[in-house]
Design a protein around this ligand. Structure first.
Ligand code: 9G3
Length: 569
């Protein structure tokens, strides 16, 4: 079957659908790769399907080389397992839930720790059976509140998830390192510019985890990294040292309540009282699950809620409402402070301890205290609670930090015995003692990787597919369909390339050459070979790489040789 543009279903569009905001979403729609079925749910059209299969095969190859064995786990998951791990009620509306005809509760799998651990606990009982690394490549379901950016944040998406089962922490570390290396190979082979970064291991849990970030301005994650050493981290967890400017030591003065009519924000307070924002104490009230807590941070800094959840573990952390704040303090947010608060935990950022004669709200509307010092109120403790900033130094080598936006395409997790304890997945060790299995879990967003590749590789004309995951490597374009000699020449090149195992497509549509060139650029085939008058008169064809602007005029034999070389490079 000749692969001809005439019979391939690739409905390209001239204009960009309104709902698409980022490049990959626009281009995948325009280039006829995907179509939206409902919010966050997409159809992969033939060219997208070919790219997905390429990515999956690279993933499979690396997972298998690392000792993984592919399985297919159920998408429909019984609620009972999620109740055993205590997670059935943790994930609220994000979990797609359903009932079967008997009224029994199920969910559509958002992840598979419960399922895979239930499988293993029923089959493994001896250290001789470990390690086991099982993975699947399958749809996942998460009912995102705001699905957006096309495949980047969908409600149904394709994930490879591998789960490792080992006898102890050291063995788990071996599996973890194997996966870390496999991920590095995968994203390198996919032609992506990525960075592994230290990441947040979730609100409850001191596990180690790394995220693999594809660098792109449209990425939702922010990473910091150091050019001097190899430090890189998701800003959510990047540690910050208190920056204590070597100020001249002031004498501690007595606190005084001052009238600050209509002065609310930190900048208004700083201006009105003629102090710098660094002297102001920003007092934030949070609801941690059902408990109200207070967090103090320097006026010029930004709170890092992930770090707050580390210090005060909870599932849900959100800013308290104005009336909740009024109930506790008697004042509105613009005039609140830590002084005089009762029966409420106060967590202070490290820098708060060093504020001399600072300013904070007086818990009375339109009043603030000046000359506030650490002894004026009680805190649970001083912790690193702020978001790292560009003037902070590298936590590892004190070097200069850079920041970048990233798209999280992979995540490797050390789970330890979290699931094997709750689901009683145990084995008898070499001494016949019963031990819990040590687990790791490792995910790759396969459909998100496809979109990330487009985010990173595109220009004003369309997609520029990295060679290893392109839907086809070469498109052969006869300039004039009516010219039977040109068609014959194009067919010949097409047939010879196919005979050499090259994935080639022939654009035999009855369209003007300009339309064919535009589509070739939009779809993003790595190589374009054009057959025009020169082919008939001088045996010369045009050879152009999508990622370059130069066009070479060479013989057919030369062109075929270059394609083969390119495919092997
Ligand atoms: C849920 C829902 C959403 C979720 C989860 C559970 C994220 C959930 C974390 C993980 C951890 C790893 C294996 C592959 C790599 C990531 N969102 N996570 O557990 F019920 Cl609705 O999925 N799982």
């Amino acid at each position: 079957m000749k692969m001809r543009m005439n019979n391939i279903f690739v409905p390209t569009l001239r204009s960009t659908p309104g709902e698409a905001e980022i490049a990959s979403h626009k281009l995948l729609l325009r280039a006829g790769f995907i179509r939206r079925s409902s919010a966050g749910v997409y159809t992969y059209l033939p060219l997208a399907y070919r790219v997905l299969e390429k990515i999956k095969n690279i993933v499979r190859d690396e997972m298998n080389k690392a000792g993984g064995q592919e399985v297919m786990l159920p998408i429909i998951q019984p609620a009972e397992l999620w109740m055993e791990t205590g997670r059935w009620h943790v994930y609220g509306d994000e979990m797609f839930r359903l009932k079967d005809r008997h009224g029994r509760d199920f969910c559509l799998g958002p992840t598979h720790e419960e399922i895979i651990t239930d499988l293993v606990r029923g089959e493994v009982n001896s250290y001789r059976q470990l390690p086991i690394l099982l993975y699947q490549i399958q749809n996942k379901y998460r009912d995102e509140r705001r699905p957006r950016f096309g495949l980047m944040r969908g409600r149904e998406f394709i994930m490879k998830d591998l789960y490792s089962f080992d006898v102890n922490e050291e063995a788990l570390d071996v599996s973890y390192q194997k996966m870390y290396q496999a991920y590095t190979n995968i994203f390198t082979r996919c032609g992506l510019n990525f960075r592994p970064v230290e990441a947040d291991s979730g609100a409850i849990g001191g596990n180690v985890t790394h995220e693999f970030m594809v660098l792109a301005e449209s990425g939702e994650a922010t990473i910091v990294y150091c050019d001097e050493c190899n430090y890189a981290a998701n800003v959510e967890i990047a540690p910050c040292k208190p920056s204590i400017k070597a100020e001249i030591k002031e004498d501690l003065r007595e606190k005084v309540k001052v009238h600050t009519p209509d002065v609310k924000t930190i900048n208004e307070v700083a201006e009105f009282l003629e102090v710098k924002p660094e002297k102001c104490i920003k007092t934030l009230f949070y609801k941690a699950d059902e408990e109200l807590i207070v967090v103090l941070i320097r006026g010029d800094r930004t709170i890092n809620e992930i770090k707050v959840q580390k210090v005060h573990p909870c599932y849900n952390l959100e800013l308290a409402s104005e009336e909740e704040i009024k109930n506790i303090t008697g004042a509105l947010p613009g005039s609140v402070g830590p002084i005089g608060l009762k029966n409420i935990k106060i967590y202070a950022d490290l820098e708060i301890e060093h504020i001399i004669n600072g300013v904070c709200g007086a818990n009375e509307d339109d009043y603030h205290y000046i000359n506030v010092n650490a002894t004026d109120y009680q805190v649970e403790g001083y912790y690193d609670l702020r978001l790292i900033e560009m003037d902070d130094k590298c936590p590892k080598c004190n070097g200069q930090l850079q920041s970048a936006r990233g798209i999280e395409v992979g995540q490797v997790f050390k789970l330890g015995t979290k699931y094997s304890e709750s689901l009683k997945a145990k084995f008898l060790d070499v001494n016949g003692k019963e031990k819990p299995i040590h687990m790791g879990c490792y995910g790759i967003g396969v459909s998100r990787t496809l979109a990330a590749a487009v985010e990173q590789h595109n220009d004003e004309n369309g997609i520029i597919w990295p060679k290893a995951i392109a839907p086809y490597l070469v498109t052969v374009i006869p300039v004039n369909n009516k010219d039977s000699q040109q068609m014959e020449y194009a067919e010949k090149i097409y047939t010879e390339l196919q005979a050499k195992g090259i994935e080639v497509i022939l654009d035999d549509r009855n369209e003007r050459a300009g339309v064919k060139f535009k589509d070739a650029d939009l779809i993003g085939f790595p190589i374009r070979i054009t057959v025009g008058k020169k082919a008939i008169e001088e045996g010369i064809v045009e050879y152009k790489l999508r990622k370059e602007s130069t066009v070479e005029e060479i013989s057919m034999a030369e062109a075929i040789k270059k394609v083969v070389e390119f495919s092997q490079s």
